[in-house]
Design a protein around this ligand. Sequence first.
Ligand code: SAM
Length: 243
Amino acid sequence: MTGPASTDPASTDPASTDRATRIRYVTADGARRYAADLRHPVARVITAGERRAVRRAVAAAHRRSSGDGGTHVAFRDMVWLDVAAGSGKLVDAGLPPRRIAVDVSAAMLAEDRSGHPAVVGDARALPFADGAVDVVVVLRLLHRCSDEMVRAVVAEGLRVARHGVVISDVRPTPSWRARARRVLGRSPAPIGRSRSRLTRLVADSGGLVAADLPTVPLLSSGRVALITSTESRFRVTKPLLNH
Ligand SMILES: C[S@@+](CC[C@H](N)C(=O)[O-])C[C@H]1O[C@@H](n2cnc3c(N)ncnc32)[C@H](O)[C@@H]1O
């Protein structure tokens, strides 16, 4: 009998890894299950840590934007894209209310009851103009994707966002792996990438890691990074939302 398919980005071909991630939650059943799983007590703790880390990263992007000539806005007025938004985990994260959800799965977006605008779209080709929003957030997508996908999504985020791209990744250090093995009684799934590898991929995409925050240090190997552009691009475009 064979075990479950490996999710190690290095062990399968990149296109099929990314395709598997893309179609994982396309059905209504899959989307409902994902939303229900987030209500588990352990998931709630991890979600709280993720929300806190994303909030801090977006606040850091906002602080940095004060140097960006005419594009600085008040924190509450920032427009941001929640890319790979899923069922709307970030709706109650204390982030600015001008949120647009983007996900490749319409079924996932249907689980998001926030009433925020939602667009079916691919993180590698966002249907928005250059510099259309203040920040792009991509939570819980890239740790299951190939290096090519990370490069493409980061570059696309930097194209669309004036002040930075916030992504999550998973950084299973040897000590975290050992702890997880003790708790799970088996080796944790080999997903994620090292800080140096992520930094290299981000640099390939024209970005740099400006902040790097743990989500729930003892429970999870998740991290949230703020990526800013290495180019100085002060673009002013029309606001997308006026509510
Ligand atoms: C694990 S869920 C994370 C959802 C949400 N960000 C969260 O943290 O709860 C991954 C999401 O990425 C979406 N997704 C996968 N591939 C995508 C792509 N290429 N472009 C946009 N969304 C994608 C899936 O449909 C799914 O909703």
